[in-house]
Design a protein around this ligand. Sequence first.
Ligand code: IMP
Ligand code: MG
Length: 173
Amino acid sequence: MALRVLIPEEKIQARIREMGAQIDRDYPDGTLHLVCILKGACIFLSDLARAIQRDATIEFMGISSYGRGKTTSGEVKVTKDLDTSVEGADVLIVEDIVDSGVTLNYLTHLLQQRRPRSVRIAALLDKPDRRLRPVDVAYVGFQIPDEFVVGYGLDYAEKYRNLRDVCVLEQTP
Ligand code: IMP
Ligand code: MG
């Protein structure tokens, strides 16, 4: 398999600075609760959190919907829940990529049941062509075509998460 750079490091970093500034402008005063979806969003979270100037907390949630392949199983499971209540809080879900939308559709509904003040989504990448379930993504880094990408937190069978660029993983004949 071969890697082709789709979004280079500098573009990712520049876009995240813009997203952070936008988030700072959009929210009313008070603490913003960043909920990082493990493991893919951990690198995006660490850069986005530092691009946000306002008070923010960081929480982690584990969700599995994919297994080891490239397509969704359609089944969503919470593998690690939040440690704290989000009742009355402004919650920003931080995710690596929105693909079918199954994961985030499920997660948004789950968190809404806990009566936060608001729930929004920030996703680094969005593949709109693949959507099966509706998801309202307030902050999108980049819309990308329907190709399987790795790097900057995203994996294929747990590999490539530590690449600095977002790359397309191409099958070599
Ligand atoms: P969805 O439920 O289909 O929207 O899937 C979202 C999850 O699938 C993401 O959080 C990723 O973990 C994974 N995923 C979707 N597309 C890709 C990709 O191109 N590369 C790596 N992981 C992906
Ligand atoms: Mg993920």
